[in-house]
Design a protein around this ligand. Structure first.
Ligand code: GUN
Length: 287
């Protein structure tokens, strides 16, 4: 049996169409144009592609996008000053500083400088804390996108065992909290987990977010499991692969996301969602 593919491109497009409609209604009602400011420091080619795609998606959804490119020689103070100016700019509703930042800039300091109400990445400790405690805040885009995929696919998480491989602040930890909020029983695994294949094999849902090409093998997957692959890794031969050995896992899983075309399109989609939400919060505060 071959697993059903979870089509992130199609689901992302459907969610973006809804966001575009809501953005148009918001603009008509308030006269405000939701605006995302994306800051890119340095020359990392992958980051350039990501930021360009984020800006393009914003415009396609009827929102405004500002991209600020800074040289790799930018000092931490210069970047913090820029974030301060964007925080104070009423025409900017969402701020995103693309990670990773070049050395020696302290990422934590920069993230903490972003006003929580404009932190559409959901990385600020205030938003991370709200996620942890079940309050209203911005949810990081990739975990939020994974949840949307699972919702669209009608995956019932209640009482199921979800195994998250990876413990990053951007994906592993927040997705675990989200799955828990949907009543899954959650295990977070990492590089030092004993018998990692054995633990993954107990997962009804497996989220692979380790950043290691094809690390999760088909033999690690419980038959019928839902497999979400967050990885995007470039092999020496140029192929783009996930953190899961796709063909092996596809033969065992019930549903699986492809790479590319799975989680990736959902990350940008939820960034649009958060940007519109940030503008709506600002409008409500001004009313
Ligand atoms: N680098 C990799 N993923 C992300 C993301 O979602 N947001 C930002 N700002 N940087 C990233």
């Amino acid at each position: 049996m071959s697993a059903q593919l979870i089509d992130g491109k199609a689901i992302g497009a459907a969610v973006r169409a809804e966001i575009k409609e809501r953005a148009a209604a918001f603009i008509a009602r308030t006269g405000m144009h939701p605006c995302l400011a994306a800051v890119l420091v340095g020359e990392d080619p992958a980051s350039h592609v990501y930021v360009r795609n984020k800006g393009k998606a914003c415009v396609e959804a009827g929102m405004l996008s500002r991209q600020i490119n800074l040289p790799a020689t930018t000092t931490e103070k210069e970047l913090l000053d820029l974030v301060g100016r964007l925080n104070a700019d009423d025409a900017v509703h969402g701020i995103l500083v693309q990670l990773p930042l070049p050395d020696p800039i302290d990422e934590t300091k920069v993230i903490e400088a972003i006003a929580p109400a404009k932190d559409v990445d959901g990385f600020h400790p205030v938003n991370a804390g709200r996620l942890l405690t079940g309050g209203r805040g911005f949810i990081p885009c990739t975990p939020y996108g994974i949840l949307k995929l699972l919702e669209y696919e009608k995956v019932d998480l209640k009482g199921k065992h979800a195994v998250v491989v990876g413990r990053s602040n951007i994906v592993g930890k927040p997705v675990a909290i989200l799955l828990l909020s949907r009543h899954a029983t959650v295990t977070i695994c990492h590089s030092r987990t004993q018998d990692l294949p054995g633990v993954v094999r107990t997962g009804d849902v497996v989220i692979a977010a380790v950043g290691k090409a094809e690390m999760v093998r088909g033999s690690w997957i419980k038959p019928g499991a839902v497999v979400i692959d967050v990885g995007i890794n470039r092999l020496p031969d140029g192929r783009l692969v996930g953190d899961v050995a796709f063909e092996e896992a596809r033969a065992v899983a019930g549903k699986i996301t492809p790479v590319p075309g799975g989680v990736g399109p959902m990350t940008i989609t939820m960034l649009l969602h958060n940007t519109l939400e940030a503008a709506a919060l600002r409008a409500a505060a001004a009313e």
